[in-house]
Design a protein around this ligand. Structure first.
Ligand SMILES: Cc1cc2nc3c(=O)[nH]c(=O)nc-3n(C[C@H](O)[C@H](O)[C@H](O)COP(=O)(O)OP(=O)(O)OC[C@H]3O[C@@H](n4cnc5c(N)ncnc54)[C@H](O)[C@@H]3O)c2cc1C
Ligand SMILES: *[C@@H]1O[C@H](CO)[C@@H](O)[C@H](O)[C@H]1NC(C)=O
Ligand SMILES: *[C@@H]1O[C@H](CO)[C@@H](O)[C@H](O)[C@H]1NC(C)=O
Ligand SMILES: *[C@@H]1O[C@H](CO)[C@@H](O)[C@H](O)[C@H]1NC(C)=O
Ligand SMILES: *[C@@H]1O[C@H](CO)[C@@H](O)[C@H](O)[C@H]1NC(C)=O
Length: 508
């Protein structure tokens, strides 16, 4: 073969490699964000904010839970309608500008809901629709809402939805990852209660997706597929009667840790017998003052409290030093607990999963608390928690009954505990210590769970830290389908390549 034909063959190979799979996919152009910002400013001056303005500071700082999310985008665009979101997507696509999307700003992964000065922040703050349908069966919720607004809006009607358990958390991120609610044992993932999504496709077209229309594949993908598909501009969520509930928080001191873990275990095992009940058991460590507190939120969806389902969290098994369990509208409780989650600290999450076993929570608790004591005493203002979220068979069955979801959690091994580890601190110089610790303690616990056959497989996106293999924990056929749906609605990869933040189905 002549040198020339070898070269030609080589060129063909190179060309094919570059053109075949990525033929239509885009990448950003350096400096183009400045062009996009000036287009936004010209067309929508009151919705576009440059650095050193009050609107910019409000959107880039005060709306985030974790200070590690603060960033300095080239500008912020704050649309107040789906049409303006469509204009934004078209502009960002034509100029090939990078961007991030932020809802309630509670995902604590740097870069997942904000962007640096080479990109633009799209804030959904002003997409704040809240409208109950005439028959009161559904409520339309704009992605600028936080759960606090949603419960407060529904309370006068005696209604509620399957939504977040902390008021400041945003609606869109929670629903796009799934959503664990106080009502999940009755209604599944919060996302299984969405009956319609309005969303802006990469083409700029505004569509509505339901279980039965032409976008039913997208409808399914949005129940746990994250931000790879479209920008949701409205969620229509099922509403149900729940005028008042029994809800509150009980706290126990360190001397009762063994009985507390027994109670968490028995709730995990038997809690599903009464699907109106839910708990959020959290071990809270304050290494600075050598204190560990054992806390649980208790919830019961009725005006009559259950005498038995919480029995192991009360005397004689456990004696609380405080307990706020009381009959009240959920919105009242949500308002009262928001102060426990202040904005502006530095935050990190990790997620883990186990089957329900007393050995599992024992080894998780012991490994975690002793590692914190041994390694994190030098971190100023540290609060670190581990939460054992009990996930019942009922929870998973309700999601299946409602049409399923991409998460495809294996019901045959249920019930589960889905653990959320969290760290909050104040000094930037402690970041590395915390991140290394988070990786090592999580790996250590997972290794022990695996060795004893106690590990679960599914990892909940919304409690995860950067790099955790979220979509890889979904059933392979579901991930395959997510990839196909993504390719169908966004062949040029706008929401993957131009929107780098978030867990991306293409990269799993
Ligand atoms: C204090 C606290 C309490 C929590 N409680 C619960 C709980 O009870 N149950 C539970 O399940 N989870 C809970 N979480 C986890 C929570 O679900 C996630 O943090 C979730 O990402 C928050 O949603 P957000 O809108 O505030 O997030 P954001 O950080 O604004 O967004 C999260 C992701 O969604 C994308 N996104 C945002 N808006 C849109 C949109 N309109 N269209 C497309 N993509 C979008 C963003 O780009 C980002 O990648 C809690 C978290 C915290 C910090
Ligand atoms: C957002 O909504 C608030 C309250 O309605 C309004 O004061 C503000 O001007 C709006 N901001 C933008 C950018 O539309
Ligand atoms: C921390 O608390 C534990 C349990 O209360 C106690 O045994 C230990 O001595 C304390 N350590 C310090 C350094 O005070
Ligand atoms: C409480 O604990 C006991 C003893 O382990 C157990 O038999 C019982 O089922 C538990 N109750 C509930 C409601 O989980
Ligand atoms: C601890 O937190 C307080 C209150 O937020 C703050 O004033 C102080 O500077 C923090 N300490 C350190 C060492 O960061």
């Amino acid at each position: 073969m002549s040198t020339l034909s070898t070269l030609a063959a080589l060129l063909l190979v190179v060309q094919t490699a570059f053109t075949a799979p990525t033929e239509t996919s885009v990448s950003s152009v350096f400096g183009s964000e400045k062009v996009a910002c000036s287009i936004f400013k010209q067309k929508y001056p009151d919705h576009t904010f440059y650095p050193n303005t009050a609107g910019y500071t409000y959107e880039t700082q005060s709306q985030y839970w974790s200070a590690r999310q603060f960033s300095l985008p080239a500008c912020v665009f704050v649309p107040s309608s789906a049409t303006q979101v469509s204009f934004a997507i078209t502009t960002l696509t034509l100029t090939l500008s990078k961007f991030a999307i932020r809802g309630g700003g509670h995902m604590p992964v740097p870069g997942y809901n904000n962007i640096d000065s080479n990109g633009i922040l799209l804030s959904t703050s002003n997409l704040s629709t809240l409208a109950l349908s005439k028959d009161q069966a559904t409520v339309s919720i704009g992605p600028g809402n936080r759960w606090r607004n949603v419960y407060a809006y529904l309370q006068p009607y005696g209604l509620a939805v399957a939504g977040g358990r902390v008021g400041s958390v945003g609606v869109p991120g929670l629903l796009l990852g799934g959503g664990i609610s106080f009502y999940s044992n009755q209604y599944g993932f919060a996302s299984n209660n969405v009956v319609k999504y309005e969303c802006v496709l990469a083409s700029g077209i505004i569509i509505e997706a339901t279980a039965r229309n032409a976008y039913s594949d997208l409808f399914w993908a949005l129940k746990g597929g994250g931000n790879s598909f479209c920008i949701v501009t409205r969620f229509d969520l099922k509403a149900f009667k729940s005028p008042k509930v029994w809800v509150g928080m009980a706290q126990y001191d360190q001397s009762q840790s063994a009985n507390y873990l027994d109670a968490v275990y028995t709730f995990g095992k038997y809690g599903a017998l009464d699907s109106k009940a839910a708990i959020i058991p959290t071990v809270v460590m304050l290494p600075g003052i050598n204190t560990t507190i054992y806390v649980t939120a208790k919830f019961y969806d009725s005006e009559t409290s259950s005498p038995t389902v919480f029995e192991n969290f009360t005397a004689p098994n456990l004696v609380s030093f405080s307990d706020s369990f009381a009959l009240q509208p959920l919105s009242t409780y949500i308002d009262s607990t928001d102060v426990l989650q202040p904005l502006g600290l530095r935050q990190e999450f990790r997620v883990m999963s186990s089957i329900v076993s007393r050995d599992a929570i024992g080894l998780i608790h012991d490994t975690y608390t002793s590692a914190v004591s041994a390694k994190l005493s030098g971190v100023a203002n540290l609060t670190t928690t581990i939460t054992f979220q009990p996930i019942t068979k009922e929870f998973i069955q309700q999601g299946i009954n409602a049409g399923g979801n991409p998460q495809g959690v294996d019901i045959s091994k249920a019930p589960y505990f889905w653990m959320d580890e969290s760290w909050s601190w104040t000094r930037e110089e402690d970041d590395e210590t915390i991140l290394n610790f988070a990786d090592s303690v999580t790996a250590d616990i997972n290794k022990q769970l695996q060795a004893k056959g106690l590990a679960g497989t599914y990892l909940y996106m919304n409690d995860a830290g950067k790099g955790q293999p979220i979509f890889q924990s979904y059933p392979a056929k579901n991930l395959e389908r997510l990839k196909e749906v993504r390719e169908k609605y966004d062949p040029s990869r706008i929401y993957t390549n131009l929107t780098p933040g978030g867990w991306k189905v293409l990269q799993a």
